[in-house]
Structures are given as structure tokens and as C-alpha cells.
Design a protein. Structure first.
Length: 470
């Protein structure tokens, strides 16, 4: 009697969000081994391989919806674990480059919690899927195969160096430090173009104990943005209520205006921005952590989709493109791209040599959109290096500036702004006739002149309800 062929096998390099979602998508069609250098914790916990988890992570509704499609019920699992679902702009107090946004009824939403909690809930779901296994405390040293076909990986594990793990498909989700470009070159597959835009951004985060009544009051996210039109370093501050009655605060500054690890300078930095609101909210609060600082936050993109990749390979997440973390694009880009890969798999299956290249091309539109949004702003800051704006960018920028100014007074434009910011639509949405009509009519007159905290929220934060600084 003929034995049935074993199912195809995939190796996913990296057990962070992009890798976990890739494993979930592939598990519908094949067995999957996730390889990670860390021990993957069973609960929300710090991982050495994910240092950026110390900073604010807002999962926009575009990303939450994509992950919900891949893992039905995950949003409820996040909130059950302590995450907060926040309405936008209802639960958002934000000073944009053009002014304070009004707090209308819900148009979009965000999931607010620590990155450790986000990953933990997803990790529990994915590693419990049939056919998914993990190889932990293991580091991939090379791809196995030729320039025509990847057939597996060589892995250093606690028990064996250079272990061969064969695979019909290898997905690189190892993140910003990915060595995939080098590995492919070692197989003879070169020509992978790279682009970079670096504003010199540094960001610093500290967690504080929130005031006792803040959670009950549904305290909003508070954000003070930079204005890229002004030729000074771009500095921002964001305060996000997260699980366990805590406030997570992240400061950032581009080249020449960066925050430091000095705990005594944290609140003064926040108070020195275009609005002192975040600094004033943090003043007197008990810090629960030291100041965590991250550098090396350049926007970087590898054009895998334009290269002659070997069969049996594609890359996803930060391995393909990293973005200025202030825009909150990374997890959403990965999730939306993997939805496109899932659609490809369901339509055409896995059993064809070109699948890896097709998957890479399917991911590219989401990456390209986020890249344009991030780099068009970052290249404007003093000392920024990298790809210069395309011809005509000035006219486009003037239109977007007018739209954002209109969003401070026109509900339809607030909705249009948030629809793109939360990655539910591409920026082409801003050029629909109905949006253009509102942009042309917008004046910006009547915008809020001060932070839009309510008297109850100010009281819950320990501020004078009658004092409304700008």
C-alpha cells in the first residue's frame, strides 16, 4: 500500500508578530516550524530579541482588523488580557502639526497595551494551532539551497551546531537585524536593492503609575506631534494608558533634538514641546521603570519583490521594511500583507515553484504605501539623509497640509485623515472627489485652541479642572 506523502513544511525565521502571523497563514496548508533565538515566554514578558517592545505600540484598526481576519476572536482575547480598545478620535487628545483634533464619536479605533501583551496573546493562539511547532534558543546561520531554490536552513541549536532543517518554504521574519540579503547573496542570488531615509530619530520610554481614577474615567491617549514644516528637530511625546493601571510615555526627537536616558530630563523634555500637556500629566507620577532609549530607527526598505529570488523563499515584516516607529505602521503592514498572501494561497495553493516570488509581490503594495507616508515626512527634518522627495511632492504636500488643517474643524476631513492614518485605506482615499470638495472648502477656523481633555479627565489626572493650558 502506498504511503501518503507528508504535508509540505515551512520554516518561519522569527517568532515575533510578523512571524507568528505568517505561521498562522501557512498552517492552513502545511506544517510550520517557528525558529527563534529567544525562549518564547508563556505570558507577557520582556524578550531580548524584541528590544523595541519597551516603547509605545498602538495597533491601528487597520492592523487589528487584519489580524482579526487571520485569528478570529483575537481582539476579544487582547481585551480579556487587559488591553484597552480606544475609539478614535473620541479617546484621543492630539496636537497635530496643524492643531488640536476635535474628539468626535468613533470613526476608527486602536488597541492600547504593551507590546509584550499583544505578542503574548497572539503567540498563545498560533503555537496552539495544529501543525505548528517551535525551535527555541536557536539561531539561523544560513539558508540552504542554491540561487534557484531554497531547501531549508542551517541552525545552531543548544544541542547541535549547523543542524539542517529542510523546508519547502522559508519565510524570513527575523526583523530589523535580518541577514536574509547576505544569506541570499551567499547562494548566488544578489541584486536586492536597498533604500534608506534616516531622520536621526531617537526615542525614550518610561512607564508610570497612573492616577487612581484615570482608568475608571477612560483616560484618553495624549499625543503632541512635531511640525515637519518648521526647520527644527522634530520632537514628540505620547502618553498611552495600558494594562495594569499604568501609563506608558514615549518621547522622541530627530537629529539635534533627541531625548536621553537621564531620568531627570524626561519630564522637562516633554514639557518643552509645542504643548507641555504630556509633561504636566506625568509630573508627580511614580515611575515604574528606568528610561529605555532606542536609536537606529531609520526607515529602511529592501526591494525583494524586484529581485530574482530563488524559489521557496519570501520575507515579511521588518525584514522587508522598517519604518519610523512613531507612525505605528509595522505590525499593520505585516498583517495586511499576510492577508494578501493568504488570499494567494487560497486561490492558487502552495504547490508551484513561483509561490515565494508571488507572495513577495503580494506583500509589496502595503509596504510601498507605508514607505511613502513615513519617508515623505522624515526627509523634511534637519539633517535627514536618504531618498529625496519625488518631483511634484511639494504640491502634494501642500494639499495634505490643507487636508490636515481642515481635519481640526471639519468632521468629514477628520474621518478621512484617520482612515488613512489607521491604515484602513491607502492615501488615494484623500483624492476622492468628496474629500477634495471638503479640502477646498476648509479654512481651519474654529479649531480647538487648547488640549481637549474634559474637566473630569483633568480631575482624574490630578490637574486643576479649570486650568486649560495650550
Amino acid at each position: 500500500m502506498t504511503q501518503p506523502s507528508p504535508p509540505p513544511h515551512a520554516v518561519v525565521i522569527g517568532g515575533s508578530m510578523a512571524g507568528l502571523l505568517a505561521a498562522a497563514v501557512l498552517a492552513e496548508h502545511m506544517t510550520v516550524t517557528i525558529i527563534d533565538a529567544d525562549v518564547l515566554p508563556d505570558s507577557p514578558a520582556v524578550r531580548r530579541g524584541l528590544p523595541q517592545a519597551r516603547h509605545v505600540h498602538l495597533l491601528w484598526s487597520g492592523g487589528a482588523r487584519a489580524i482579526e481576519e487571520i485569528l478570529p476572536g483575537i481582539t476579544g482575547a487582547w481585551t480579556a488580557a487587559g488591553a484597552l480598545r480606544r475609539s478614535l478620535p473620541t479617546d484621543l487628545v492630539t496636537l497635530t502639526a496643524q492643531g488640536w483634533l476635535p474628539r468626535y464619536e468613533e470613526m476608527q479605533f486602536t488597541v492600547s497595551c504593551s507590546r509584550d501583551l499583544l505578542d503574548s496573546v497572539v503567540r498563545a493562539r498560533v503555537t496552539a494551532l495544529p501543525g505548528v511547532s517551535t525551535l527555541q534558543r536557536s539561531r539561523v546561520r544560513a539558508l540552504e539551497g542554491t540561487a534557484a531554490r531554497v531547501t531549508g536552513v542551517r541552525v545552531d541549536t543548544p544541542g547541535e551546531e549547523g543542524l539542517l532543517v529542510t523546508a519547502d518554504l522559508v519565510v524570513d521574519a527575523s526583523g530589523r537585524g535580518s541577514r536574509a540579503r547576505t544569506w541570499l547573496q551567499e547562494l548566488g542570488a544578489g541584486g536586492i536593492r536597498r533604500a534608506e531615509v534616516d531622520s536621526g530619530l531617537v526615542y525614550a520610554t518610561r512607564i508610570f503609575e497612573a492616577p487612581a481614577g484615570a482608568h475608571a474615567a477612560g483616560f484618553p491617549i495624549v499625543n503632541v506631534q512635531a511640525d515637519a514644516r518648521v526647520p527644527v528637530p522634530g520632537r514628540t511625546a505620547t502618553l498611552v494608558p495600558i494594562e495594569n493601571g499604568q501609563w506608558q510615555a514615549t518621547l522622541s526627537g530627530t537629529r539635534g533634538g533627541q531625548p536621553t536616558a537621564d531620568p531627570d530630563a524626561f519630564i522637562p523634555f516633554a514639557k518643552g514641546l509645542r504643548s507641555p500637556m504630556v509633561g504636566e500629566l506625568l509630573e508627580g507620577r511614580k515611575p515604574l521603570t528606568d528610561v529605555a532609549v532606542t536609536q537606529g530607527t531609520a526607515n529602511r526598505r529592501l526591494y525583494f519583490e524586484k529581485a530574482d529570488l530563488p524559489d521557496g523563499f519570501f520575507a515579511v515584516g521588518d525584514s522587508v521594511a522598517t519604518f519610523n516607529p512613531l507612525y505605528g505602521q509595522g505590525m499593520t503592514v505585516a498583517a495586511q500583507g499576510l492577508l494578501a498572501v493568504r488570499a494567494l494561497l487560497r486561490a492558487k495553493g502552495i504547490d508551484r515553484p513561483s509561490f515565494g516570488r508571488e507572495a513577495q509581490r503580494a506583500l509589496a503594495p502595503q509596504v510601498a504605501t507605508a514607505w511613502e507616508l513615513a519617508t515623505s515626512q522624515d526627509i523634511r527634518y534637519p539633517g535627514a539623509t536618504g531618498v529625496k522627495p519625488k518631483p511634484g511632492a511639494g504640491v502634494l504636500g501642500a494639499y495634505v497640509t490643507r487636508l490636515m488643517a481642515g481635519a481640526t474643524t471639519e468632521q468629514a476631513l477628520t474621518a478621512a485623515l484617520l482612515k488613512v492614518m489607521t491604515m484602513n485605506s491607502a492615501p488615494t482615499h484623500w483624492f476622492r472627489p468628496s474629500v477634495v470638495w471638503h479640502v477646498l472648502r476648509a479654512t481651519g477656523r474654529g479649531a480647538p485652541e487648547a488640549p481637549t481633555l474634559t474637566a473630569a479627565e483633568r480631575a482624574a489626572a490630578g490637574l486643576d479642572p479649570a486650568d486649560r493650558p495650550c
